[in-house]
Structures are given as structure tokens and as C-alpha cells.
Design a protein around this ligand. Structure first.
Ligand SMILES: Cc1cc2nc3c(=O)[nH]c(=O)nc-3n(C[C@H](O)[C@H](O)[C@H](O)COP(=O)(O)OP(=O)(O)OC[C@H]3O[C@@H](n4cnc5c(N)ncnc54)[C@H](O)[C@@H]3O)c2cc1C
Length: 407
């Protein structure tokens, strides 16, 4: 077994959207950076595939939007809300941003590979797959790097700044003793994928039936990705009752589910993802910073997780760059990232929690009440305002030109 050692300005645990973008921007500005990714590739499903206008706007600002949009993807321009078979209202991405009137559906492996291809052309960028962070290194109270498991043994990275961009089950957060300020569990999203009917178009649908809430998303290139919103604790009971009652629920929910539902013999075709949000109390310690889902995990409601995580990454690039220049990587200095992100994250979490209460419930009162609220909200300007707030978030993030790419 070997023990390799490397020295870097910045070591980032996690090659998800936040870690890759942070690594790429820092390398663009000449910072020596390594990203350690525990998996051996970018393959992942049912994660962050709807990319909101805010994310595209950030890419535009660093001059990478047309590069990313040149990869396989589809555009989602509108959505509709249904109660059983009744169309209660519609919403359009035109209301969010005139500049970018659509969300992009792009499988996350394609997005991450595209970002990686761009980043690896930068001389001070390095990414290692199959490198899982297992330990933090300290000098006194200050974090000075990590030890990662690699196939041939261990890798020690000595770094001036260590970043935990390792997602909702962050090892850096656990190893560094970061404390949670709050955590909410809303329920489970039970995902499955079916072929897209020819007449579906590119419409995203949210639907409430007597049984459950449904999210139905057109998935690139010609499928529908369906999420059944199951209230907290109910999935276990559903499984105990066997496949038949759940098959009947799906058959009643939408004609497009018929073929899939009829072929079911067990629960294997479903993928469960816990719907939760949390907020870490202090994102920074001396020499160490959490970003993205590791610091502020968003629930899938509204599909804003990538936008929120990447916004934090972009702000972190600026704060870390300046901190390195000034030779001050204290918790106070790195904590500026949280100070700049705090109010937006909290307000999005609150809105997500409200929407989740309506969607992940089996309470008959809320189920009856929800269609009335949805109908009212879609007919007034309120929906557009909520959409702008949640999906495009609050205004452009200033980005220094040292982080922008040339054509
Ligand atoms: C069901 C579901 C659907 C979602 N849909 C959407 C959507 O449509 N649109 C949207 O914007 N957001 C969506 N989200 C949220 C979105 O996926 C996340 O907010 C986003 O991926 C967070 O990015 P990140 O880079 O912070 O973390 P992640 O994407 O979780 O990346 C973390 C990376 O760290 C790696 N890692 C973990 N541990 C270690 C370790 N010890 N060492 C090294 N590497 C490690 C992981 O392998 C991973 O690659 C969804 C989330 C869920 C759960």
C-alpha cells in the first residue's frame, strides 16, 4: 500500500456541481486546486437534472452557457398544475427571466463531464476519481488538508483551504464536527421512468390525486421521469401491503403510467430519495469551508438545488481567492460565504417547506384545500412572483472577470 502526498492551495472534497464549478473557477484564476471525487465516474441518476435559469445565468456570466447548452439536453418552457384530471393552471418560464425563458433538462453525468472537460484544460486544475476523503488533517485547530482512500492506498493532500463540497452526506462536515442548525424531513420521492407519450411535448406537470402528489418531468431524450410524493414513513407501509394497491394507485393516476404499472411484479423499478433540507450552523472553521448541499441541502421541491449550490460555489471562489491573496484563511474570513448566502438559502428553504406540506401529505383537509390554493395562485400574479423568487433567486451574482472564460 502506498501513501502519496500532494500540496495544493485548495483541496475540494466532492466532484458534484458545486465542487467542480468551484475548482474550475479557482483554477481559471490560477489557484492550484485538486478535486477529490469518491466515485470512479460521474454516473448518477435522478439527481439535479432540471437546471433553472439562475444556473444558466451564472454560466452566461462566466461565458460557458453556450458551451454547456451545446451538449445533449432539452428545454423545458412551461409547466402545468393538475388536480386529478383537471388542469388547474399553468406557469411559464417566460415569467422568470426574459433573458433565459426556459429551464434546461440535462442528465447530470453530461453536465459534470462537460464541466470537467473544460476544467481539465486549465493547468492548475486536477481531479482525482476514486478518492474518498476519510480524515481531516489539523495543525492545532486549523484544518490543513485531508487523507483520502485511493485504489493504491492513501493520499494526503496538504492544502491552505479544504472545502467540503461532498453533498448531503458530507464526510468533511462529519469529520470536522460541523453542527446542524435545522433539518426537516418532508417525505420520500419515489422515482420511475417511462417512455414519453408522443403528444406530451416539453411540459412539466405537478399533479395531486386523492392518493399522492406527482411530479412528471420530460426527461432527455424521450422519456418521462415521474416522482411520487410519499408522506414521511408511508413508503414502508406501502411495501408491506405488496405491489397490487400501489399498481392500482398508479393506474388511476395517469393513463401514461398504464404499461409500466401493469408490468410491475415488485418494487425494484422504483428509486427512493429522501426529501429533506438542512442548514449547517457555521459553514466555516479555520482552513475549512462547506459549500453546496454539504452546507445547505435543499429538498427537490422546485428543482433549485443545483442553482443554490453553484451560486454558493461562485461566491466561495471569490472569497477563497481573496483569502489566499491576503494569507487569511480563518473561519471569520471564509465565513463571509455564509454571510452572503444566508438570507437567500433560508428563504428558499421556507418556501420549499410550505410547498412540501401541501404536496407530501395524506391529510384530507390539506388535500382538499390544495387545489383551491393552487388554482388561486396560478390565476394571480403570485405564481410568477414565487417562481422568480424560488427559481431565478434574487438577482445576478457579481462575478469577477478573473473567473470568466474567453470564447
Ligand atoms: C431526488 C432529487 C432530485 C433533485 N432534482 C433536482 C433538479 O432537478 N434540479 C436541481 O437543481 N436540483 C435537484 N436536486 C438537488 C441537487 O441534486 C443537489 O442540490 C446538487 O446536486 C448539490 O450539488 P453539490 O455539488 O453540492 O452536491 P452533490 O451533487 O451531492 O455532489 C457531491 C459529490 O461529492 C462526492 N462525495 C461524497 N462523499 C465524498 C467523499 N468522502 N470524498 C470525496 N467525494 C465525495 C459525491 O460522490 C458527489 O459526486 C435534486 C435532489 C434530489 C435528492
Amino acid at each position: 500500500m502506498v501513501h502519496r502526498v500532494m500540496e495544493k492551495d485548495v483541496c475540494i472534497a466532492g466532484g458534484g456541481p458545486a465542487g467542480l464549478i468551484l475548482g474550475m473557477l479557482l483554477a481559471k484564476a490560477g489557484v492550484d486546486v485538486v478535486v477529490l471525487e469518491s466515485h470512479d465516474n460521474f454516473d448518477r441518476e435522478y439527481r439535479g437534472e432540471v437546471l433553472q435559469p439562475r444556473f444558466l445565468q451564472l454560466l452566461e456570466q462566466v461565458n460557458l452557457r453556450s458551451y454547456i447548452e451545446s451538449f445533449p439536453s432539452s428545454k423545458v418552457r412551461k409547466g402545468a398544475l393538475y388536480y386529478k384530471d383537471k388542469r388547474l393552471g399553468e406557469f411559464s418560464f417566460d415569467n422568470i427571466s426574459e433573458e433565459i425563458p426556459y429551464a434546461l433538462w440535462m442528465p447530470q453525468p453530461i453536465l459534470l463531464q462537460a464541466l470537467y472537460d473544460k476544467a481539465k484544460s486549465l493547468p492548475s486544475f486536477e481531479l482525482l476519481f476514486h478518492a474518498a476523503v476519510k480524515e481531516l488533517r489539523y495543525e492545532g485547530e486549523r484544518v490543513t488538508g485531508v487523507v483520502a482512500q485511493i485504489p493504491e492506498g492513501t493520499l494526503e493532500v496538504r492544502a491552505r483551504v479544504t472545502v467540503g463540497a461532498d453533498g448531503r452526506f458530507s464526510a468533511v462536515s462529519r469529520l470536522g464536527g460541523f453542527e446542524m442548525e435545522y433539518e426537516h424531513l418532508a417525505g420520500d420521492l419515489i422515482w420511475f421512468t417511462i417512455p414519453k407519450p408522443d403528444d406530451w411535448g416539453d411540459e412539466l406537470r405537478l399533479k395531486i390525486t386523492d392518493g399522492y402528489g406527482y411530479i412528471i418531468l420530460p426527461k432527455y431524450p424521450n422519456c418521462l421521469q415521474v416522482g411520487v410524493a410519499v408522506p414521511l414513513g408511508e413508503w414502508k407501509a406501502i411495501r408491506e401491503h405488496g405491489i397490487e394497491p400501489f399498481r392500482q394507485e398508479l393506474l388511476a393516476a395517469h393513463p401514461a403510467f398504464r404499461e409500466f404499472a401493469e408490468a410491475l411484479t415488485d418494487f425494484k423499478p422504483f428509486v427512493l430519495l429522501q426529501v429533506k433540507d438542512f442548514y449547517v450552523k457555521q459553514w466555516a472553521k479555520d482552513g475549512c469551508l462547506l459549500i453546496g448541499d454539504a452546507a445547505h441541502c435543499a429538498s427537490p421541491v422546485g428543482a433549485v438545488g443545483v442553482s443554490l449550490s453553484v451560486t454558493t460555489a461562485v461566491i466561495a471562489a471569490d472569497v477563497i481567492y481573496d483569502a489566499l491573496q491576503d494569507g487569511d484563511v480563518s473561519a471569520d474570513r471564509l465565513g463571509r460565504v455564509q454571510a452572503l448566502r444566508d438570507s437567500e438559502i433560508r428563504s428558499v428553504h421556507k418556501m420549499q417547506a410550505r410547498a412540501a406540506r401541501m404536496f407530501f401529505t395524506s391529510t384530507p383537509f390539506i388535500r382538499t384545500f390544495a387545489p383551491v390554493v393552487i388554482s388561486l395562485v396560478t390565476r394571480t400574479k403570485l405564481l410568477a412572483a414565487v417562481q422568480r423568487r424560488v427559481l431565478s433567486l434574487s438577482g445576478k451574482v457579481p462575478i469577477h472577470e478573473r473567473f470568466t472564460f474567453q470564447d
